[in-house]
Write a protein that binds this ligand. Structure first.
Ligand code: FAD
Length: 266
């Protein structure tokens, strides 16, 4: 239960209110979840900051305010369809009405609905704290957690227009945590592949993407490449499947998406 709640009306107000003892509160679907990874009873709410609900088009990109809910993203006319495809992985409308894109990025879960898509398309984040504002790539944000810890994610910018993207999610049921969420993007002839693998991590598959570019690999080649990829650490998991099976699943998922992108069907 919250013991202290500050409701910010602007991003600047939120930043000034943020101390070492409180945390940002967006949709609250993770913070208020039983067994949540976020431990705090003091919050700075971002929900009432109008600018953080704006979605704007700028120079080939679409920038989405970090307090936009999954449903606001789905209802927008200018959000790229590929992000909507990933946002629909959150099956519950009730949760979509609350959960935000910024909260989803900040959690960086290995069952993330959106992170593989953000990584594959090369999303950038606008971050802000008392020292100022900066724009960083999603990969930098995820790989330098200490550096960016506690900063406000103000917005997320994604390419719109000439990019083909396919996302895929595998879970026991639509409401279950995903064992795999994967995304493959094709832009200017360059492939980019990323996946969130439950109880393992979030990966960018650079070798696989390079092979797609250079060698037009078959389904078997793609599966073999994933099976041989030593950067992925997987263990047998009672709930999400054996390590071998999950490597196969990652491979076949990318192989199917590759076929779709090659055939221009995404
Ligand atoms: C039953 C259930 C199942 C779920 N399954 C999944 C799942 O499969 N995959 C998945 O990805 N998520 C899952 N979630 C978690 C959650 O619903 C989503 O990740 C959601 O997008 C989190 O957004 P939020 O706005 O509710 O975040 P909050 O709960 O408000 O915040 C989460 C974290 O993000 C921080 N934060 C929020 N906004 C910002 C910001 N703008 N800048 C900096 N930090 C910020 C908060 O301080 C907190 O640490 C599940 C939740 C529930 C209850």
């Amino acid at each position: 239960m919250a013991e202290k709640l500050i409701i910010a009306r602007t991003a600047e107000e939120a930043i000034r209110a943020k101390t070492g003892e409180n945390v940002y509160l967006a949709g609250g679907t993770e913070i208020m979840r039983l067994g949540s990874s976020v431990k705090s009873d003091a919050f700075v709410s971002l929900r009432k900051i109008p600018s953080m609900h704006e979605i704007t088009a700028e120079a080939g990109n679409v920038c989405i305010g970090a307090a936009c809910t999954f449903q606001e993203i789905l209802d927008s006319d200018i959000v790229p369809c590929y992000l909507k495809e990933a946002a629909k992985f959150m099956a519950s409308r009730t949760k979509r009405n609350m959960a935000t894109i910024g909260g989803n990025i900040a959690i960086a879960g290995d069952d993330s609905f959106l992170l593989p898509t953000h990584i594959a398309v090369g999303a950038e984040l606008v971050l802000k704290d008392l020292s100022g504002e900066e724009r960083v790539s999603i990969i930098d944000f995820l790989s330098q957690t200490d550096k960016y810890k506690g900063k406000l994610i103000k917005s997320v910018c994604l390419p719109a227009g000439s990019i083909s993207v396919k996302s895929s999610r595998s879970a026991n049921t639509a409401q279950s945590h995903a064992r795999l969420t994967a995304c493959l993007a094709l832009r200017d002839g360059q492939y980019s592949a990323a996946a969130a693998v439950k109880n393992s991590g979030i990966y960018k598959f650079s070798k696989l993407a390079a092979a797609m570019q250079e060698a037009d690999p078959s389904e078997d080649d793609i599966i073999a490449l994933v099976k041989a990829d030593e950067s992925i650490t997987l263990q047998d998991d009672l709930l999400y499947g054996g390590a071998d099976y999950r490597r196969y699943l990652i491979g076949i998922t990318f192989a199917l998406m590759y076929e779709e992108l090659k055939g221009g069907r995404a």
